[in-house]
Write a protein that binds this ligand. Structure first.
Ligand SMILES: Nc1ncnc2c1ncn2[C@@H]1O[C@H](COP(=O)(O)OP(=O)(O)OP(=O)(O)O)[C@@H](O)[C@H]1O
Length: 625
């Protein structure tokens, strides 16, 4: 695809995005990349022992196998321990959560040991834009506190909880509250938390994914909070991308903060996209995207696990149904699912119970729904339906710490460069290797050019940061064209709507049973199989398997190379059968989820028979030859 010359508007926008992503801030006491040694100077590794953290926290980190601080932790932790307000902007997956959790817990452990903890309300707020992040931050804080003798208590509270549950959760009250600005503002307006008590107890407030907080329309909620925040409260603001919103929040909540930006964190120049992530793109017609992703997955040309981003829930289910007809199972993460189903899908994916997760960014869905809502203002049913279907706190891209995602695929291009940064940030986390592949149609070329331009500007490179993906040959794509076109046509809008309904029904059913089950068996976390087949039809052999004669030598060679690199990285096969969290026995008798598979008896019998029979592929090859 010829590279379009950047227009003046693009130049201007790229400059804006560069400013956003790199930020421009004064930093006292932190040498910027320009001073002293050049950028090529190696980043000096710092262990947590050198950061003056409480011994119990260091022990917790050792147990997690974490010894060295990341650049953002090395710079931010001492500043926060000094009591400074800090705005930290560092790339995705760089350890921002621990960068604020560790000094926060250190301070509270110190206050607790000196008997100086004031109790009428939480001592710290950690405010995040989405429920998924609430759960993630809550888990990280709890895992650190497990190793601390002190009785510090952390709780999470989200809008999905009843007033009664929230009141119970806040009784005590917890030392640390993880929540969303909307939920905290509601607790105050309902009197569940009292302003004067907050003013007396709050010593630290953290805003994580700060730039997103305002785009979730949290500004009013944050403004409602400000009168109750004592001047003595230390405020920390974290984000991977910046935006005018972050500057607005900084002025709104912080007093004379330290600004740590990407390039000023340590000496080594920090990248917007981690260096260990290789970025590729494939130019293809919008109507051939299914064909291309089928070829990538069927010929195993990309490393599993794969996180596939699409821009709408319908597109997610269309892709899931399409892939399923070729025997490729996947799950869909979307805003319509109950919260604990979404969390279980993330946990199941992280536990490698399935390899392909199709995720929808909420932005477009939110806008679509918002437009629907505005258009159907008068109809109460639609508003109620919209409220039920779209969880306003849902976010799948930002900050979710997906484990071991090796490839992120932009099936649809993200709406803007910041969205691209956050999507790619789901791979290559904690310095692991990763890759991204973007399927770019002609209609998406301008967005793609903006993204490439932004990356070049920020990385200060004159070569493209995103390379053409050469492993997928035209022959390989054409070898699947007719099958793919037939199957794509067979996936009707009705199928998609039916699949969405069935998926929600299954998940709600599972969610209710799950909730009661896990309340009794908190440890017994059997992760839902979210990649259940949606269609009950048998997968015909000619779709499930690609006959050898169809695969050209170059594709075979490329596929073997990917398999070899997988073996070299020591990635074992996904544990499809291994149940997490079950102790002893077959686990079958104790597995409450086995009782309500959505596939019903006939399907189970069918699958059982299938499991018993010899491998059909061998049989089909024999008949073919
Ligand atoms: N010092 C460290 N050494 C190794 N791994 C770390 C370290 N600190 C954090 N991690 C791990 O790195 C992963 C990413 O951390 P985290 O989610 O805090 O990144 P982040 O910067 O918040 O990413 P995002 O911008 O997507 O929110 C987590 O799995 C975390 O456990």
């Amino acid at each position: 695809m010829p590279r379009a010359k950047p227009t003046p508007e693009m130049e201007e926008e790229a400059e804006e995005v560069r400013q956003e992503v790199e930020g421009t801030g004064e930093v006292e006491g932190v040498p910027d990349a320009g001073e002293g040694g050049g950028e090529e100077e190696e980043e000096k590794e710092v262990s947590f022992d050198e950061l003056g953290l409480d011994e119990q926290l260091k022990r917790a980190l050792r147990k997690k196998g974490i010894a060295k601080a990341t650049p953002i932790q090395k710079e931010a932790i001492p500043l926060i321990l000094e009591g400074k307000d800090v705005v930290a902007k560092a790339k995705t997956g760089s350890g921002k959560t621990f960068a604020y959790l560790l000094p926060l817990l250190h301070e509270l452990l110190k206050l607790s040991s000196e008997g100086r903890i004031r109790k009428p309300a939480p001592n710290a707020f950690i405010l995040v834009p989405t429920r998924e992040l609430c759960q993630q931050v809550y888990n990280e804080a709890s895992s650190l506190l497990e190793f601390c003798t002190s009785k510090l208590k952390v709780m999470q509270v989200t809008a999905s909880m009843s007033d009664k549950d929230i009141t119970v959760a806040l009784s005590g009250p917890p030392n640390i509250l993880v929540s969303t600005p909307a939920c905290v503002a509601t607790c105050i307006s309902k009197g569940i938390m009292r302003g004067p008590s907050i003013k007396e107890s709050l010593s630290m407030m953290i805003l994580d994914e700060a730039d997103l907080l305002l785009s979730y329309r949290c500004e009013d909620d944050l403004k409602a909070l400000i009168p109750h925040i004592p001047r003595s409260c230390q405020s920390i603001l974290m984000s991977a991308t910046s935006s005018p919103d972050v500057d607005k929040l900084t002025k709104l909540l912080l007093h004379n903060p330290f600004i740590l930006t990407l390039t000023e964190v340590g000496r080594a120049k920090d990248d917007v996209i981690p260096k260990n992530v290789q970025q590729f793109w494939i130019s293809c017609d919008a109507k051939d995207k299914m064909l291309h992703i089928l070829a990538l997955l069927k010929f195993e040309l990309i490393q599993k696990k794969v996180l596939i981003f699409v821009n709408s829930i319908d597109a997610a289910f269309r892709l899931r149904l399409f892939l399923e007809k070729f025997g490729i199972r996947s799950a869909v993460l979307n805003a319509e699912l109950p919260q604990n189903s979404r969390l279980h899908i993330i946990e199941a994916f992280n536990a490698r119970l399935f390899d392909y997760l199709i995720a929808t960014d909420d932005a477009k869905t939110k806008e679509e729904k918002q437009t629907d809502k505005e258009n159907k203002k008068e109809s109460r049913v639609s508003r109620k339906h919209l409220q039920q279907t779209l969880d306003a706190e849902f976010g799948v891209v930002r900050g979710i710490d997906f484990k071991n995602v090796f490839t992120v695929v932009n099936f649809d291009m993200p709406p803007d460069p910041a969205g691209y940064v956050h999507r790619i940030g789901r791979t290559g986390r904690a310095n692991k290797t990763g890759a991204s592949i973007s399927l770019v149609s002609a209609e998406e070329n301008s967005t793609f050019e903006e993204i490439k331009h932004m990356l070049q500007e920020v990385e200060k490179k004159d070569t493209d940061c995103i390379s053409p993906f050469l492993l997928l040959t035209k022959d390989a794509v054409e070898s699947l064209r007719y099958r793919a076109q037939d199957v794509a046509r067979s996936v009707t809008t009705r199928d998609i709507q039916e699949a969405r309904r069935q998926d929600i029904k299954n998940e709600i059913l599972n969610s209710e049973k799950l909730k009661s089950h896990f309340e009794e068996n908190p440890r017994d976390l059997d992760l839902l199989k979210h990649d259940k087949l949606l269609s009950s039809k048998e997968i015909p052999a000619h779709l499930r398997d690609v006959p050898d004669y169809l695969i050209d030598p170059k594709t075979k060679e490329a596929s073997n190379a990917v398999k070899l690199s997988r073996a070299a990285m020591g990635i074992d096969k996904p544990q499809r059968r291994k149940r997490q969290g079950f102790k002893g026995g077959s686990g079958k008798s104790r597995d409450p989820l086995r009782t309500f598979s959505a596939e019903g008896k006939s399907r189970r019998r069918g699958r059982k028979d299938r499991e018993g029979e010899p491998d059909r592929r061998k049989k089909s090859k024999k008949t073919e030859s």
